[in-house]
Design a protein around this ligand. Structure first.
Ligand code: NDP
Length: 324
């Protein structure tokens, strides 16, 4: 009988429970979960922030990787290694903070070789989203010769993978962080410069001195507004997150006077083929990128306290969850 972290709409909110098999959702593919991880959205769900959880009780966890143990869908067989990210799992549907889960076949992608399921979750939604951001910038025409690329929220999951992948792709990366003590690590990931978040949080002019050809923004709010104001002519900005603020206090000036492009990135509902393409690019990255990532491995019983730490901005790198 699988153990799971269950969220309730009454105190205590998060409880570790052992589930009878027949309590798992009636869906086509049963997966034995090897690893999940803690994302910002999971932290919001577990701590009750925002409106992430649609129905209680709910097993949170927006992503996981594991091995199929049973399937009534012809696309999957027992022993297949699979990855699930997004599709409302961990928000609307029961998710990955469990030893096993039954899910829809449409939500799964094969775990591409040579990635192990642990490595897949070292990337997780964060790494997938970083890769989708890089793909979006490159498809818009950004190349290393255009100039430096800024990454905000650089010490976070999406941010740190964005630094790492952009540097691997040959870009000069400027990492913006609120954690000066993580500067050495960000440099090891490939950042050419580490900049203080405080320099981006004051309200600035609609157009400022130009610095960057590209940007990956995971913070939103004034930080994104200032990045837009500081983009070079025809600069490209991937808008990914709202760790700072969902508002965007900007003007049309960067767009109409400098031709700046603001590119939205969504990892939740991207179609299967693009998802698979992104995972294949991730699987082709050199192993050295994984060795530089900071990882803390935690159990289901640690999720609630780490979720609070994440919301308070006290975490960095990746929090991998071994549910066993
Ligand atoms: P993390 O918590 O791992 O990283 C967020 C980082 O943002 C922190 O490490 C910190 O970096 C910075 N930060 C935290 N709080 C604040 C604050 N109040 N003001 C400014 N900066 C802050 O989260 P994830 O990497 O998992 O997610 C980052 C964002 O991207 C979230 O908003 C998440 O919802 C979103 N997201 C979007 C996806 C999509 O599909 N579009 C998919 C995945 C995530 P530092 O200290 O280095 O500045």
């Amino acid at each position: 009988m699988p153990r799971a972290l269950m969220l309730h709409d009454e105190s205590p909110r998060a409880r570790l429970e052992t589930l009878d098999e027949d309590r798992l959702p009636e869906r086509a593919v049963r997966v034995a979960i090897d690893y999940s991880d803690l994302n910002y959205k999971d932290a919001m769900a577990v701590t009750g922030q925002g409106k992430i959880v649609r129905d209680y009780p709910l097993v949170p966890g927006i992503d996981f990787a594991g091995t199929v143990t049973a399937s009534t869908d012809a696309r999957f067989d027992a022993d297949d290694r699979v990855i699930l990210t997004g599709w409302g799992v961990g928000e609307r549907y029961w998710g990955g903070f469990a030893e096993a889960m039954r899910v829809d076949a449409d939500w799964l992608v094969p775990c591409p070789r040579p990635l192990s399921t642990r490595e897949a979750m070292l990337f997780g939604t964060a790494g997938l989203t970083a890769m989708l951001s890089v793909m979006r910038l490159q498809e818009a025409g950004l190349s290393p010769g255009d100039g430096p690329v800024a990454v905000s929220g650089a010490s976070g999951g999406v941010g740190s993978w964005a630094v790492s992948i952009l540097a691997h792709e040959g870009f000069e990366v400027h990492a913006i962080t609120g954690k000066p003590d993580q500067g050495d690590w960000l440099t090891r990931l490939g950042a050419a410069q580490v900049l203080a978040r405080d320099d981006f949080t004051e309200r600035g002019r609609p157009l400022a001195s130009t610095h960057w050809a590209g940007a990956v923004d995971t913070v939103g709010g004034q930080v994104l507004a200032n990045l837009l104001a500081q983009m070079r002519y025809a600069g490209k900005v991937a808008a990914v997150g709202l760790a700072g603020d969902a508002a965007l206090p900007t003007t049309v000036m960067p767009f109409i006077l400098r031709g700046v492009a603001l590119l939205g990135v969504d990892s939740v509902y991207i179609p299967f083929e693009r998802r698979r393409a992104a995972w294949q690019r991730i699987a082709a990255l050199p192993n050295a990128l994984l060795t530089h990532m900071q990882v803390e491995e935690i159990g289901l019983e640690d999720v609630e306290s780490q979720a609070h730490a994440m919301i308070e901005g006290r975490t960095h790198g990746r929090l991998l969850i071994d549910p066993h």
